[in-house]
Design a protein around this ligand. Sequence first.
Ligand SMILES: *Cc1c(COP(=O)(O)O)cnc(C)c1O
Length: 399
Amino acid sequence: MPQSRYYGEYGGVYVAETLVPALIELEQGLLHIVPDEEFQNEYRRLLRDYVGRPTPLFHARRLSKELGVEVYLKREDLNHTGAHKILNALGQTLLAKKLGKTRIIAETGAGQHGVATATCCALLGLECTIYMGADDVERQRVNVERMKMLGATVVPVKSGTRTLKDAINEALRDWTTNVRTTHYVLGTVFGPYPFPQLVRTFVSTIGFEAKAQFTEAFGGLPDVVVACVGGGSNAIGIFSAFLEDDVELVGVEAGGLGIETGKHAARFQTGKVGVFQGTKSYVLQDEFGNTLDTYSVAPGLDYPSVGPEHAFLHDTGRVRYTYVTDTSAVSAFRMLAKLEGILPALESSHALAYVIENAAELKGKSVLINLSGRGDKDLSIVISYDGESKKHHGGMRNA
Ligand SMILES: *Cc1c(COP(=O)(O)O)cnc(C)c1O
């Protein structure tokens, strides 16, 4: 599968010819540098001493009792910078350095991937430029300041909808021009091959750890593994270790204000197969193939397409994809805070909300949830959230 650059019919390399040499160089890096002992030693040392891994596996006892479901949380919220994203950012920046690149660029939506990348650039002494939609720059002032503090240059992108997908287009444009000195740290299991496979390689640490921790503690495997799906990296990260096992896998997309309102990011509910930003996958698009605007209360889930391996896992039926609404995610956030003393990211709250909503059906089962990040960043959204008024006035993020 990796050699073919496709996952079934999905994936591929749909880019301008000028980028092909860089993608081939990256593929060589994935095949020959990443598996190398020297690279692995350095990566693992930094994961341990800098990122704080392994992250714990936590049995959420009060929540379990409340739901009648045994709930285990993979605590990715405890990573340095607050989410799983640093696994990928660290892996790619280390690889870029080995490839002799001196400059890093990245796209960011709400700023989480930008912060993770800027952090790794500070750590490794690399020049860093972050592309961010101009509207997102306005909305995410704190993360913009964090990135600047870390030494990065933040470039507001004023074209298109002035959000994430425009930032990606601009980053690709920069990369095309400066490919000799520059590496583009793509933020999820998306984009032209080998990005989906490269990112998968780095985030799969989540699944390896969780499986070993679960087996050691309970002498078996969980019945169900649940993760939220934005681009799909935290989900692939945990699913990858269980694909060959008799374990039910559930991916939870952003149902936003409800599928019928059109204000959501549930690609597997109403998306169609298409090519978007270098890869073939499910895309939310109109009848003419124009990408649709998406909406979710969780910034990291607010994207019109999804990683190509997820499209493949969807079609084969190995993973079941479903969605929950903003309202459910916000209640799940509040519930975990009250019952376990953990503020989950609003993205991760989608995975939690699925388990809460389906507790009757999951009764007596053991469920492993990937708690992809911490929710401090979302506190103001949750405080001001009023499900009913939002439903009548439309979304606030991407509207
Ligand atoms: C960015 C983000 C996500 C969504 O990205 P994936 O690639 O789907 O994992 C999920 N959770 C958190 C905490 C994030 O920051």
